[in-house]
Design a protein around this ligand. Structure first.
Ligand SMILES: [Zn+2]
Length: 174
């Protein structure tokens, strides 16, 4: 995985089901529904889309994609800000209350041209194997891609389904 791919700045991606996608901007393509993310959209609000990361098969690794083509929190409107905050809050609550993971790492890089936030689950097994902290997320991601199998894919899709149900059952604006 090259560094541009990691920041979401590449022009093509192969998702973990093996589908190849080409685009000008991945975030805009997700907004327009041109990329069918494995596991589907978990939550779609007025300004954001929540889904599993399409390229890295880790259960509960979620992406909050801002619909508008901007690359910084500093450009968000008040309404967008509110929704982003609520989506992140409820995504984290879902992962914890559904006992998927007890701790997450949030990542947002302005070097990526389209604003998205990673909600990266910190699994004990991965922490033991690679170490804890932001430095290791890339290694953990590469390991997940290298060792993916049908069972793992099923687990990722199951978690997407469970988090989607959680969002259906909760009003995130309350
Ligand atoms: Zn974009």
């Amino acid at each position: 995985m090259n560094d541009n791919n990691f920041a979401g700045n590449s022009k093509k991606a192969i998702d973990f089901l093996g589908n190849e996608w080409t685009y000008d901007c991945m975030g805009c393509s997700i907004t327009r529904g041109e990329i069918k993310i494995p596991g589907g959209i978990i939550y779609e609000g007025n300004y954001t889309i929540l889904a599993s990361d399409p390229e890295i098969p880790i259960p509960g690794f979620l992406i909050v994609n801002i619909k508008r083509h901007i690359n910084s929190f500093s450009e968000l409107s008040k309404e967008e800000r509110n929704e982003v905050g609520n989506v992140i809050t409820y995504a984290e609550k879902a992962l914890k209350e559904l006992n998927i993971v007890n701790e997450v790492t949030l990542v947002q890089e302005e070097r990526s041209k389209h604003l998205h936030i990673w909600i990266f689950p910190n699994y004990n097994g991965m922490t033991k194997k690679f170490g804890k902290g932001i430095t290791y997320l890339r290694e953990i991601s590469e390991y997940a891609q290298r060792t993916v199998n049908d069972e793992k894919i099923k687990e990722v899709l199951d978690v997407s389904q469970k988090v989607r149900k959680y969002f259906e059952e909760h009003n995130i604006n309350e």
